[in-house]
Write a protein that binds this ligand. Sequence first.
Ligand code: BGC
Length: 505
Amino acid sequence: MGKVAVGVAALAACAVAGVVVGRRVRSRRKWKRVVGVLKELEEACETPVGRLRQVVDAMAVEMHAGLASEGGSKLKMLLTFVDHLPTGSEIGTYYALDFGGTNFRVLRVQLGGRRSSILSQDVEQRPIPQHLMTSTSEDLFDFIASTLKQFVEKEENGSEPSSVRTRELGLTFSFPVRQLSIHSGILIKWTKGFAIEDMVGKEVVGLLEAALVRSGLDMRAAVLVNDAVGTLALGHYDDADTVAAVIIGTGTNACYLERADAIIKCQGHLITSGCMAVNMEWGNFWSSHLPRTSYDIDLDLESPNPNDQGFEKMISGIYLGDIVRRVILRMSQESDIFGPVSSRLSIPFILQAPLLAAMHEDDSPELKEVDKILKETLEISEVSLKVRKLVVRICDVVTRRAARLAAAGIAGILKKIGRDGSGGVAGGRSRSDPEMRRTVVAIEGGLYTRYMMFREYLHEALNEILGEDVAQHVILKVTEDGSGIGGALLAAANSSSGVDNVQLL
Ligand code: BGC
């Protein structure tokens, strides 16, 4: 081989090596950028126990403010007029309509008259057609009434026609409602992606009853309640130590039993027992101590309700997957570790909570589930194990923050009612309060019940905040179907046929 040829070969080899090295350097640089994005996310989502305690305090303070006057806080602290809870003495057949998430359910519950003797229950679940979420109130309620009618006809087929009295229904309507009484209320605003404009400011039960008349179904709504209130009712029916209820599903909220004299804005309303269930609408809670990221800010700005439901947007099922989607999109735009930027990454809410949970909890060595979801849902294929691990890490950071904030919310309620071992907002009692009573919080919602990692992080944070001594007295009890069955129980307890009710205090 001549000198020239050797020189050319050497040059070519150098060029190839240069390309390889250049590629490596570029790829390392890209990976560094991605790690930077992850680090930034981790830092912005940090929830050390000190910060959580600040959130607890802020929650308790805002609860006071919301109880003092209408509009006193972003926490609405809505009156429910539920000042008696079911006792177990309720007898008869009651219906419930549970409306407020991805699905709506109709139920028929038979009560036997002894505590916890729900004789039978029939349930039918239907997804809410997407177009009805933004249509008119008439379309929505006609759809609900006709589903209810079919259900009633099917259930009562063959049994005695209920000609003796009008059927009674508990309407569980899980949006912020300003109650006028226990069986009427005005929709304040929509949440969770609903936007039926003509309905805001309207009385909800009137709209349902008009649709029932149109459909020819003889039924009246004995109560209008929120899902958190229904869950509290069922929780209390099963366990008299239940003092609060929390929903962590598509949306999030909490309600609890408050002393009548602490509800300052309620003066003038007659409360026959010593207290009332208060619907906090905690999804709208806000505090400067909440760890907010640029993804939260963008999500909020692009949502149908900007500046609203800030706490909910960091915690609940409808939003968590979307935060993760936004992080992956940003990483994908800043590097090619996910291949060319998939157009699917720009579709809002494409990554729903069950997918997030499935990726987060994938324990296969190759992270097969992550791979499948990236491929099938986001159309991202052929990513390395390292990148799949990164996706799991993003899910972990976002979910952990959500669960820990929910725990802080619960601790805030316990603080407000003096069940956190510290003697309430005023302070005073020692943390190892010997009189700390058994305290049950009823919980419902798929994020808590079906997402193990979320649940574990929540419990861990509650223990950290309260300390083991106090936390052992606090029981979080899954109260399945509380929103529906609780609605039927409250309908029974407030039925026109009248039954005894339990005094709350
Ligand atoms: C609503 C609440 C409801 C919660 C859980 C929130 O978006 O504002 O009224 O209780 O979702 O369903």
